[in-house]
Design a protein around this ligand. Structure first.
Ligand code: PHE
Length: 452
């Protein structure tokens, strides 16, 4: 298995999995989805989804991946004893990850643009200027499109060259730095005038704000943020060692991921309320709020504001990159192993397809009304389709698979590392994947589509 990726150490692969989870899902998507769904109530439901459905879902993918030590499609097929149907779950995951990479690269490209612009001092100005800056940039026909493609190509270079080791080493330093920086920005944001209204929005639930779609949105966001349902965790777990404690790893990654998302909320909403940005202003939320924090909170010390702004966008780009690497790796591992291609060729297939999708997504919110599906610009349609349909469907099927079709002895051995993890935890996990996860996801789907 030595040519399957190039992960350095055991810690490295866990870090890489955490790196996949922590990304724009936490810092960009979580705040705007929470803002759209009433703040605190959403967060409560979100945490419920992580604990009840997310952690067992992660463990299930870990089990499938580690047991088979193969790419996603082969992993499901292998455990299913060759029954073709289950391979389809692996294919679904690979497809989902590639679609996500397509639109995620657009937002990652925006971050790159903001990194360069903040280095040049171009995004500084009052609230109106900052809002206008984002609008004129994101609807420009070619600039964001080029950044998006650049992002896919940078991801390609890391995946194809197998320089993951360098990325792991960087992650050890940069992830803690991102955390520290978030703490500093949270404090700065909360110190702005009128910021407490934002803290309240995030922490005091107002049940009248619950919309009928909040359950599915929270579920989709939880899965998106944990990278769950794309077979990404399964692919990474195929590089795990035999004595990695799967439950503990899932718990640690979920905790870290949730902490970062909530901190991102605490960074955005106080500032948004302070400068009068609507909490439900959608995907542009962080891009029109953050420059205000860097400008206003550090008004007395412009250099500090400048440095913090530049550092923040740099770390955000890095966090996005560790996530896009994981999405890319799923397809690359698949093409390389299934079609016996050199790794570079496998990677090129993924890069070409995802770059094309990224171009279409970017243009769909740029200046072309024609690139839309079901009345939504392609970019937002892909987001909806993956987060709210494909990821929950992937997790639902995986849960049915491990709960009802996989040999339960195998499940026990993998979960407990041959009996070294408590049986009680195993029983709880088994109950959860057999009943709780499929029932909850099934009911949420039925509710969303008006059947109950
Ligand atoms: N979890 C990543 C994030 O929060 C996004 C992602 C989704 C990565 C699916 C891989 C697979 O940014």
């Amino acid at each position: 298995m030595s040519d399957r990726g190039n992960f350095g150490t055991r810690l490295g692969i866990i870090l890489a999995t955490a790196g996949s989870a922590v990304g724009l899902g936490n810092v960009w998507r979580f705040p705007f989805i929470a803002g759209h769904n009433g703040g605190a109530v959403f967060i409560l439901i979100y945490i419920g989804c992580i604990l009840l459905l997310g952690i067992p879902g992660m463990v299930s993918e870990f089990i499938v991946g580690r047991h088979s030590q193969a790419n996603a499609a082969r992993a499901y097929g292998h455990i299913a004893g060759g029954r073709r149907l289950w391979r389809a779950v692996g294919y679904l995951g690979i497809l989902t990850a590639s679609i996500i990479l397509g639109f995620y690269a657009v937002v990652a490209g925006w971050c790159l643009q903001y990194l360069v612009a903040s280095l040049l001092g171009n995004v500084q100005g009052d609230a109106d200027y900052v809002t206008h800056y984002f609008q004129s940039f994101s609807t420009n026909p070619w600039k964001p499109t080029l950044w998006a493609v650049a992002f896919v190509v940078i991801t390609h270079m890391v995946v194809a060259r197998g320089v993951q080791k360098g990325i792991e080493r960087a992650a050890k330093l940069l992830m803690p730095l991102l955390f520290v920086l978030l703490v500093i920005i949270v404090i700065a944001s909360c110190s702005l005038p009128g910021a407490m209204a934002g803290v309240e929005f995030l922490l005091r639930p107002d049940f009248s704000k619950v919309s009928h779609s909040v359950l599915l949105e929270a579920l989709g966001q939880a899965f998106f943020s944990l990278s769950l349902g794309t077979a990404c965790l399964c692919t990474f777990a195929s590089y795990f060692s035999r004595d990695t404690n799967l439950l503990r790893s899932a718990g640690q990654i979920a905790l870290l991921d949730t902490l970062i998302a909530i901190m991102a909320g605490l960074m955005i909403f106080p500032a948004a309320f302070s400068v009068g940005v609507q909490p439900d202003s959608g995907p542009s939320l962080i891009f029109i709020t953050l420059p205000n924090v860097f400008q206003q909170a550090f008004g007395q010390m412009p250099l500090v504001g400048y440095v913090i702004g530049v550092l923040f966008y740099a770390l955000l780009v890095f966090a996005a990159l560790t996530s896009t690497i994981s999405m890319h790796e799923i397809g690359t591992a698949f093409f390389t192993e299934e079609f016996h291609l050199p790794r570079k060729k496998g990677a090129w297939i993924v890069t070409t397809v995802c770059s094309l999708l990224a171009v279409l997504c970017s243009l769909s919110i740029g200046n072309s009304d024609e690139i839309s599906l079901f009345g939504l610009p392609l970019m937002y349609f892909c987001d909806f389709l993956t987060a709210q349909i494909m990821l929950p469907a992937g997790a639902f099927l995986t849960s049915l698979f491990v709960g009802w079709f996989v040999d339960q002895r195998l499940l026990y051995d993998e979960f407990t590392n041959q009996g070294t993890v408590s049986l009680a935890f195993f029983r709880a996990y088994q109950f959860s994947v057999r009943f709780v996860v499929p029932l909850c996801i099934g009911l949420i789907f039925l509710h969303q589509f008006g059947i109950i």
